[in-house]
Design a protein around this ligand. Structure first.
Ligand code: NAG
Ligand code: NAG
Length: 384
C-alpha cells in the first residue's frame, strides 16, 4: 500500500477523535485567563462560612428538611488521588462531613453549620469525595479515597443530631478510582470510577487518559450488602457526577469528553445508552432538583485547576514565607448550568466569585442554591 494511502486511512480513522479533541480543547482555550466571558444568572449570592469550610467538593440536599450535607477534604491540598498529588505529612487535615440547616430560620446563624461526629469510625485516614444521602433510610454513603486504599463507607446518619454511626467499610476490585455515588435504596448504588489508570499508579498516564479523552472511567452497579453483585455497566472518559433524572433515566458526567451521558436503567440494573449532551465546559458533578432539572458544575479552564492542585502541595496556611502562602491561593474559574429536555442547556454562572466549582445543587421550592468547590473556602449560596 502506498504510504499516502496509509496516511489517508490513518486520518480517516482518527478524524472523529481529532475533531472531538479539537472541540473539547478549543472550549478550554476560550476560557483562558483574560478572555473568559462572565455569566451571571443569579439574583444575588453570598459566600458563607469562609472561616470554617475549605475544599468542600460535594453538597447534597434534603429539601424536605432544608438540610444540606457537605463533604469537605482540606487534606486534598496534600492528598488528591484523582489529580495525583501525594504529599501527605503529619499535619495533614482530616476530612469532615458537615450539616448545614439552611432553612430553619429559628436557629441562630452561628449554629446552622455543624461538623458531623462519627461513632465507631476512626477518621485518621478520611479523605471524602462523593457522598450520597438517603434521608428516608437515614443512610449516608461516603467515597473515601484513603491513603490505605479507596473504599465506600456506610453510615447510619442522624442529620438533626449531626452524628454518623459507622455501619461498614466496603472494599472491592471494582472500587478502584471511585468518585461519585447515586443510591437507589436498600444499599443499592450506582457509582463512577473516574479513571482506568489510577493517579496512584501513574499520574502521567492518568493525565494522558484525561486529555486524550480515553473512555477509561466506568459506571458500576453494586448492592453493598452483596458486593459480588457488582458489575461494570458503561465506560466513559473521566466519569464523574452521577444522578437520576427520574425513575428510569440515569445521567453521568464526563469531565474529559466533555458532556453528560444519559441511559435508561433496566429492571436488572443494566444501562441502555440514550443520548449524549455536549457541554461547553468539563462537567464535574451533577445533581437533580425537585423540578427534575439537571444541574451541572464544572471547570471552564482545566489547566488552571491543575495548577491550583499542584501548587497546593506546598501550601502552608498562616506561613511567614511568601511562596508557601501563595501556594494556598485559588484562581480557577467556576461554572454552573442547568438542563432539561424541554428547555435545553442554560448557563447560570461563569466567573471568578468562587474558585473551582465542583457541585451545584438547588432547592427549587425555596429558590435557593449552593455551589461547592474543590479548593476554595466557604460555600456559595445563591438566590433566584
Ligand atoms: C455529586 O453529587 C451527587 C448528588 O447529586 C452525589 O451523589 C455524588 O456523590 C457527588 N459527588 C462527586 C464528587 O462527584
Ligand atoms: C425521564 O427523563 C428523560 C429526560 O428528560 C425523559 O426523556 C424521560 O421521558 C423521563 N421518563 C419518565 C418516566 O418521566
Amino acid at each position: 500500500m502506498a504510504r499516502s494511502t496509509l496516511y489517508l486511512a490513518f486520518f480517516a480513522l482518527a478524524a472523529p477523535w481529532l475533531y472531538d479533541r479539537y472541540q473539547a480543547l478549543s472550549h478550554i482555550y476560550q476560557n483562558r485567563p483574560g478572555s473568559l466571558e462572565p455569566i451571571y444568572g443569579f439574583k444575588s449570592h453570598e459566600i458563607k462560612f469562609t472561616d470554617r469550610l475549605r475544599n468542600c467538593e460535594d453538597v447534597i440536599l434534603d429539601e424536605k428538611n432544608g438540610v444540606a450535607v457537605l463533604s469537605c477534604s482540606p487534606g486534598r491540598d496534600k492528598w488528591n488521588s484523582v489529580m495525583g498529588v501525594f504529599k501527605p505529612g503529619e499535619n495533614m487535615e482530616r476530612g469532615a462531613i458537615y450539616v448545614y440547616n439552611y432553612a430553619q430560620l429559628d436557629i441562630p446563624d452561628g449554629e446552622t453549620l455543624n461538623r458531623v461526629t462519627f461513632e465507631g469510625f476512626d477518621d485518621g485516614d478520611f479523605h471524602p469525595l462523593g457522598i450520597e444521602y438517603v434521608p428516608e433510610e437515614s443512610r449516608l454513603y461516603v467515597i473515601n479515597n484513603a491513603q490505605s486504599g479507596s473504599v465506600i463507607e456506610i453510615f447510619q446518619f442522624d442529620a438533626a443530631a449531626h452524628s454518623a454511626q459507622h455501619v461498614k467499610t466496603v472494599r472491592h476490585p471494582l472500587i478502584y478510582t471511585p468518585n461519585a455515588i447515586h443510591a437507589i435504596g436498600e444499599d443499592k448504588i450506582f457509582f463512577t470510577n473516574d479513571h482506568y489508570v489510577p493517579a496512584r499508579t501513574s499520574t502521567i498516564l492518568s493525565q494522558i487518559e484525561t486529555f486524550a479523552g480515553i473512555p477509561g472511567g466506568s459506571v458500576v452497579y453494586m448492592d453493598l450488602n452483596d458486593p459480588d453483585s457488582a458489575k461494570t455497566l458503561a465506560h466513559i472518559g473521566f466519569a464523574n457526577g452521577i444522578g437520576m433524572l427520574n425513575s428510569t433515566t440515569l445521567a453521568v458526567a464526563s469531565s474529559s469528553k466533555p458532556g453528560v451521558y444519559f441511559y435508561d436503567v433496566t429492571p436488572e440494573h443494566d444501562l441502555k445508552y440514550k443520548y449524549y449532551l455536549r457541554t461547553p465546559v468539563g462537567v464535574d458533578n451533577i445533581s437533580v432538583d425537585s423540578d427534575g432539572k439537571l444541574l451541572m458544575a464544572g471547570h471552564p479552564y482545566a489547566l488552571s485547576l491543575i495548577q491550583v492542585a499542584e501548587a497546593r502541595a506546598n501550601c502552608v496556611l498562616d506561613s511567614e514565607k511568601e511562596e508557601e502562602k501563595e501556594a494556598c491561593g485559588c484562581g480557577s474559574p467556576s461554572w454552573a448550568a442547568e438542563w432539561s429536555e424541554e428547555s435545553g442547556l442554560k448557563e447560570l454562572y461563569k466567573g471568578h466569585d468562587i474558585c473551582s466549582s465542583s457541585t451545584v445543587a438547588r432547592d427549587a421550592k425555596r429558590g435557593v442554591g449552593f455551589v461547592s468547590t474543590l479548593y476554595d473556602r466557604g460555600l456559595m449560596i445563591f438566590r433566584e
